[in-house]
Design a protein around this ligand. Structure first.
Ligand code: HEM
Length: 348
C-alpha cells in the first residue's frame, strides 16, 4: 500500500475510533454500518425488482467466477453481493470492537450487539440457501424481516452509544411518570405495528401475490415457481396490507398526541407520521404503475426508513426516560429535561 493510501486508511480508522475522548464506546462505526446496511437493502430491492436474484445461480461465486463479466443484471446482483459482503465485515468489526470494550458496555449495548451478530448470520445463511436450494419466493420474506431487524438494531446501537457519549457522565434512571409511560408504550406499539406492516408487505410481494394482481408471475418464475397465486388470495393480502397501513397511521397519530402531552420527541414523531403517509402514497403509486421497478424500490426504501426511524424514536425515548449507566465508574447525574432537540447526545 502506498504511504498516501495508508494515511487515508489510518485517518478513516481514527475517524471511526472505538472510544470517545471521555472513554465511552464510539458510535461512528455502528453509524457507518447502519448506513451501509440501508444501501445494501435498497440494492436488494433492485435485485428483486429486476428479477436479478438468479443471474448468479451459485454462491459465493457468480457463474463459477470470482469476478464475472459485469454487464446487465449481473452487475446489479454482483454489486449487491459486494455491498452485502461489506455489511458482514462491518458488523464483524462492530462485534470485535464491542467485545474488546465489553467492560465499558452496559447490558442493552451487549444485547443489541448479540442481535446484530445473530441477524447477520441468519441473513447470510438464508440468502445462500435461497439461491443454492432455489427456495420458494415466499421464503424471501424471512430476508425482508431479518434485514429490517438488522438495520433497526444497528440504528438502536448507534443512538444508544451516541446518547451515552460526550457528557463524560452516566445518566441515572429516574422515575417515569404516567405521561412518560404512555409515550413509551405508544412508541413501542406503533413501531412494532409498523414492522408487522412491513412483514405483511414483504409477504405480499414475495409470495407473488402483488404481481398476480396484474396476472404476472415473473418474480415467482425466477424462483422456478410457475403457478401464480389466485386472484382471491392476492386481493385479500392486498386488502389486509392497505387496511393495516391505516391502523399503523392511526397508531402514529395516537403516538403524536402522547408526544405532545409529555412534550417529548414531537418533531421526530411528526417526521415518522409524515413518512408513514408518504409510504402509503408510494404504495398506491406502485400499484397504479403496475409495480414498475422504480416505484416498488421507492416503496421498499421508504419502508426501511420507517423501521429505522421507529428504532431511532424508541431507543432515543427509552434512553431519555430510563437513563442508562453505560460507563460504570463514571460520575452519575440525574436524568432531566424535556426539550425536543434531536441533536446527538441531547434529549428528544
Ligand atoms: C405504512 C404503510 C406501508 C408500509 C410500511 C408498506 C410496506 C411494504 C413493504 C415492505 C412491501 C414489500 C416490498 C418489497 O419486499 O420489496 C410492500 C409491498 C407492496 N405495497 Fe406496501 N406498505 C405500506 C402501505 C401500502 C399501501 C397503502 C399500498 C397501496 C395502496 C401499498 C402497496 C403495496 C404494493 C402494491 C406492494 C407489492 C409490490 C410488489 O408486489 O412488487 N402499500 N409494502
Amino acid at each position: 500500500m502506498r504511504p498516501g493510501h495508508r494515511c487515508t486508511v489510518a485517518r478513516l480508522l481514527r475517524a471511526m475510533n472505538s472510544t470517545e475522548g471521555d472513554g465511552t464506546v464510539g458510535y461512528r462505526l455502528p453509524l457507518v454500518t447502519a448506513v451501509t446496511i440501508y444501501i445494501s437493502m435498497v440494492m436488494g430491492a433492485l435485485v428483486v425488482g429486476l428479477n436479478a436474484g438468479f443471474v448468479c445461480p451459485d454462491w459465493p461465486l457468480c457463474n463459477g467466477q470470482l469476478i464475472p463479466p459485469l454487464d446487465g443484471l449481473v452487475l446489479v446482483e454482483y454489486t449487491h453481493r459486494l455491498v452485502a459482503a461489506a455489511v458482514s465485515l462491518l458488523v464483524l468489526a462492530v462485534a470485535v470492537v464491542g467485545f474488546r470494550n465489553r467492560k465499558r458496555l452496559d447490558r442493552l449495548s451487549k444485547w443489541l450487539l448479540g442481535i446484530t451478530v445473530a441477524s447477520i448470520m441468519v441473513q447470510v445463511i438464508a440468502g445462500a440457501l435461497i439461491v443454492v436450494l432455489v427456495l420458494p419466493g415466499a421464503f424471501t420474506t424471512i430476508d425482508v424481516g431479518n434485514s429490517m431487524i438488522l438495520f433497526a438494531t444497528m440504528v438502536a446501537l448507534t443512538v444508544h452509544l451516541r446518547r451515552s457519549a460526550g457528557s463524560g457522565t452516566a445518566v441515572a434512571p429516574r422515575e417515569m411518570d404516567a405521561k412518560d409511560r404512555g409515550l413509551m408504550r405508544a412508541a413501542w406499539i406503533t413501531a412494532i405495528a409498523a414492522f408487522g406492516e412491513v412483514l405483511l408487505g414483504g409477504y405480499f410481494r414475495h409470495s407473488g401475490a402483488g404481481e398476480a394482481l396484474f396476472g404476472k408471475g415473473t418474480y415467482l418464475a425466477s424462483h422456478q415457481q410457475f403457478i401464480i397465486p389466485s386472484k382471491i388470495f392476492s386481493t385479500t393480502v392486498f386488502a389486509l396490507h392497505i387496511l393495516f397501513a391505516f391502523v399503523v397511521v392511526v397508531l402514529a397519530v395516537w403516538l403524536l398526541t402522547e408526544a405532545v402531552r409529555s412534550a417529548r420527541g414531537v418533531k421526530t414523531v411528526v417526521l415518522y407520521l409524515s413518512l408513514l403517509v408518504a409510504e402509503m402514497v408510494a404504495g398506491a403509486v406502485a400499484y397504479l404503475l403496475e409495480l414498475n421497478v422504480a416505484s416498488v424500490t421507492v416503496h421498499w426504501s421508504g419502508a426501511a426508513l420507517v423501521v429505522g426511524l421507529g428504532s431511532y424514536l424508541v431507543t432515543g425515548l427509552w434512553h431519555d426516560l430510563h437513563g442508562q449507566q453505560i460507563n460504570p465508574g463514571h460520575e452519575t447525574v440525574v436524568s432531566q429535561g424535556s426539550s425536543d432537540s434531536l441533536t446527538a447526545g441531547g434529549r428528544m
